[in-house]
Design a protein around this ligand. Structure first.
Ligand SMILES: [Zn+2]
Length: 317
């Protein structure tokens, strides 16, 4: 019998399920349509059936447990709490529901903490005790690892660097406050910076020809690569804000490496180089030269499943 862990990534549209072996290889993959299930109980029944179906297609496979990555998940309590992009309202005890239905050990955490665990077991952070991963997507998620453990804190919601205040009285954030890091240092933040620059400056820019709703981080990165002044400036300001977040985080936990992951990180060296330069400038001198900033070592397509499965694999190693 070969042990596998079911890595489950719950998103607003799709739930991706993969059987992951101890080397981080995905040996089977399938999906469920998340919004088809009005209640979490129905979802858990469907998940249980899907896991059986997937296992029956393979021979000699034992499911050792289920690791789940989900928005607003609380590792300490095994719950999903007030997730705006899911139909399941309130506080959902998903770990208890899943364990009762499947009889399998289940753990849950949010996407960024899952990414951190995936990085630690299967990616660029193998053997590292202290590191941080920043997921630069629509928002800014983060997983902080100290002494080989993800930081969850007393409430289970610790380590969300995206909501550190970096500009008091600054941009309005979805969390109800102002000036959070993610309002600047994310794909959405980059677009907000472009819109501000377009109204503040008179420089020619191909981005002026687009409707504001058509301006995306990818378009901005392309325009910057073509030398567009507004796009170059917006990427530069975004890099500086990411670096400011990193400089603050380094003081907190002194990581060996900060990994950048997600849509915005795909801008590659165009983003990585200024982030490194600004982080070096902004960090407290005692930490200068003590940390690296690198792209994530996880394959983007499978990162969520690998990360979710790492919740269980970590406990088995
Ligand atoms: Zn916020």
């Amino acid at each position: 019998m070969k042990n596998v862990v079911a890595g489950v990534d719950i998103g607003g549209t799709n739930t991706i399920i993969g059987f992951v072996d101890s080397e981080g290889k995905i040996i089977a993959e399938d999906r469920l349509s998340t919004p088809d299930y009005a209640f979490a109980d129905d979802f858990v029944i469907a998940l249980d059936e899907k896991l059986r179906e997937m296992a029956s297609g393979l021979k000699e496979v034992n499911i050792a447990g289920i690791g789940i990555g989900a928005p607003n998940a609380n590792f300490n309590k095994g719950t999903i709490e007030l997730a705006p992009n899911l139909r399941w309202k309130g506080i959902i005890p998903l770990v208890r529901l899943t364990e009762r239905r499947t009889g399998l050990k289940t753990r849950i955490t949010n996407d960024a903490n899952a990414a951190a665990l995936g990085e630690m077991l299967f990616g660029g952070a193998k053997g590292m005790k202290h590191f941080i991963i920043l997921t630069l997507g629509t928002g800014l998620g983060s997983g902080i690892v100290v002494d080989g453990e993800v930081v969850y804190g007393h409430t289970g919601f610790a380590g969300e660097l995206g909501h550190m205040t970096v500009a008091e009285g600054g941009r309005v954030c979805g969390c109800g406050r102002r000036g959070c890091l993610e309002t600047y240092a994310s794909a959405t933040g980059l677009v907000r910076t472009v819109l501000a620059l377009l109204s503040d400056r008179r420089d020619q820019s191909t981005l002026r020809e687009l409707k504001s709703t058509d301006i995306t981080s990818r378009r901005v990165a392309e325009a910057a690569a073509a030398g567009d002044l507004i796009a170059v400036e917006a990427l530069d300001q975004t890099a500086r804000m990411i670096a400011l977040g990193i400089a603050n985080a380094v003081i907190f936990s002194s990581p060996e490496t900060i990994f950048l992951f997600g849509g915005l990180a795909k801008a590659g060296e165009a983003l990585m180089e200024p982030v490194r330069r600004y982080a070096d400038e902004l960090v407290q001198p005692v930490f200068r030269g003590t940390f690296k900033i690198e792209p994530s070592g996880l394959p983007e397509a499978n990162a969520a499943i690998l990360g979710a499965s790492a919740l269980i694999w970590k406990e088995m190693k």
